[in-house]
Write a new protein. Structure first.
Ligand code: BEZ
Length: 389
């Protein structure tokens, strides 16, 4: 074993002889800091990400680039006001090699700031905050999921093609909701539609009654929504209970029916949504993934599990190129942006801003599944406005 002193001495003698020391394979455990919600409306999403990530690592025999993995977990509670303290626990107290997180866009923005300042590798397995792969983009920040704009844009195209002309949007009042609605509007209005009104409730409130009454009186052709997790369950049930389901079609970013269908029951039947994952996808990798996930966790995976799995794939691609060195962002980034990632969602590539360039699917709820209907938009890339790298 080489201790620090002998390493420095041999490095110094190499330097004296005019020889640059070779990049060494990194040894020792790789500390992975999971910053995910374990409580609150997004708790189930955090669990699915954790499961998906560990499934891929287990398939690799518990090691990435020869390094065993040690997991350290922080519950971020989907609370942006605690995000800086939480992420600094992982960076400064636990000295992690890589952070994997999170679900909530507001929390992710604080994490991206801390990652950028400290140079710590960050892989975002859900939060779609456009800014993270826009003005905040960085060589050490990657996303395995989507930008909030992407599913909204795909659903806007489909809604316009279906002949809808007047839409109302309804969502939580924070970055994810606003950006999802912007994506919808960009496509819907470009195709000649008009968004009559944007309705919001504060995150994570689920008091929808007054807004549902307003929708009934506005009488749009279609309602576009972004909700997820526990809030999505309540919203879809309330929409049906208000008698709107049969008179005004409800469409959304697919989170509104992903991982939620058992709890939503008949209220969700027939809903159309757009997302980068679906049930019954014609992707061979998906069949293998679903079998392995069901065997390991005794439940079916959802989009969040896929994003966790792919976060681990991205980590493995990058670290194999850097011989396990999580600090070599340049070589890590070069390997990841060159790769084609064989995801259960279908193959995708990574944009220069480090966001997936991926097919967006139209799905329809049938029983407990978001059944694949068609490719709504092929290889959709986020505009990455403001990213300079
Ligand atoms: C977000 O905050 O970015 C988000 C949360 C849940 C599902 C999708 C996006």
């Amino acid at each position: 074993m080489m201790n620090r002193k002998t390493f420095l001495t041999s490095a110094a003698s190499l330097a004296l002889a005019g020889i640059a020391p070779l990049a060494r394979a990194q040894a020792g455990k790789l500390k992975v800091g999971f910053m995910l919600p374990a409580t609150g409306t997004y708790a189930a999403l955090g669990t699915a990400i954790d499961n998906g990530f560990r499934l891929y690592v287990d398939q690799l025999g518990g090691k990435i680039a020869g390094r065993e993995i040690e997991y350290i977990r922080v519950d971020d509670e989907s609370d942006p006001s605690k995000a800086t303290d939480n992420v600094n626990k992982l960076i400064k107290r636990d000295n992690v090699d890589v952070i994997v997180g999170t679900v909530h866009s507001g929390v992710a923005m604080a994490m991206a700031k801390a990652a950028k300042e400290s140079g710590t590798l960050l892989i975002i397995p859900n939060a779609g905050a456009d800014a993270v792969t826009g003005p905040m983009c960085a060589p050490n920040i990657f996303r395995s999921s989507f930008s909030n704009w992407q599913p909204g844009f795909a659903m806007g195209e489909v809604a316009a093609k279906q002949g809808h002309k007047k839409a109302v949007t309804i969502t939580w009042k924070y970055a994810a909701g606003a950006e999802s609605v912007k994506g919808f509007k960009d496509a819907f209005e470009k195709a000649g539609g008009k968004v009559m009104k944007d309705l919001t409730v504060p995150f994570p409130n689920v008091e929808f009654q007054a807004l549902l009454t307003e929708i009934a009186s506005l009488k749009p052709d279609v309602v576009y929504t972004f909700f997820a997790g526990g809030g999505a369950v309540k919203f879809v049930k309330d929409y049906a209970a208000a008698g709107l389901k049969d008179s005004i079609p409800l469409v959304g970013a697919g989170f509104v029916t992903d991982g939620t269908l058992e709890a939503q029951g008949a209220a969700a039947e027939g809903l159309l949504t757009a997302l980068h994952y679906a049930d019954e996808l014609p992707a061979p990798k998906d069949k293998e993934f679903r079998l392995a996930y069901a065997k390991a966790y005794k439940m079916q995976p959802d989009v969040y599990a896929v994003q966790g799995y792919d976060a681990a794939q991205i980590l493995a691609i990058g670290l194999n190129a850097t011989k396990g060195d999580a600090k070599n962002a340049k070589a890590f980034s070069a390997a990841v942006t060159k790769a084609t990632i064989d995801s259960p969602r279908g193959k995708f590539t990574m944009s220069k801003a480090h966001n997936p360039v991926q097919d967006m699917y139209l799905r329809k709820v049938v029983g407990n599944e978001n059944v694949y209907q068609s490719v709504a938009v092929k290889a959709l890339a986020d505009p990455a406005t403001g990213c300079r790298m």
